[in-house]
Write a protein that binds this ligand. Sequence first.
Ligand code: CO
Length: 230
Amino acid sequence: MSQLKKIYDNNIAWAKKIKANRPDFFSNLSKQQSPEYLWIGCSDSRVVAEQLVGLQPGELFVHRNIANVVVPTDLNCLSVIQYAVEVLRVKHIIVCGHYGCGGVQASMEAAEHGLIDNWLCHIKHVHQKNEEELLKISDKTERLNRLCELNVIEQAQNICHTTVVQRAWRNNTELSVHGCIYTLETGLLKDLNVRYNEMNQMNDIYQLRKAKKDIYKPTITIMKSDYEGR
Ligand code: CO
């Protein structure tokens, strides 16, 4: 008997239930997906993206990692954002954190956890940046939860700094980046009132203009003449 019997049995029951209510559901869905939202959330098994916002398969494009971190050199996350924005043409990117996040908590500890500390270092940067505010909070849990919120805001900004989002805005694409946070104890989302939909909302340092074509010209010329000379 398969060690994953429960998983396969559940799958059969799930597919059967959906097909009974909507006979064409899977055949229609197999032809295309047109989600309006990209969700970037924590891998925590309790923060179930589609379910907690009541969306059906095909309605939410999802990327999850530990503590919902967006790093500008993370090819995995960047590829998800590019595909979502340029191919699926999602209108909204939602960063969703959650209170009591184990990843954020681990980032606040001095004890070494191994390799993961390199990933969590991105949250330590958020901690350091907001140290003054965080030090004023004496309650440990409250301080952790505030860092969970600040981490969402920071990661939403990181999304806006990517070439993908900046190019979309330069081309007047309708695209908003939002931040929210989930409470495990109530199952409710809280809007952090983070909404970015144009380049001017970003600090000047991060604003990218169109590349100057002549920067690339010499390289192309060299490559072409090399090829023709063969
Ligand atoms: Co978490």
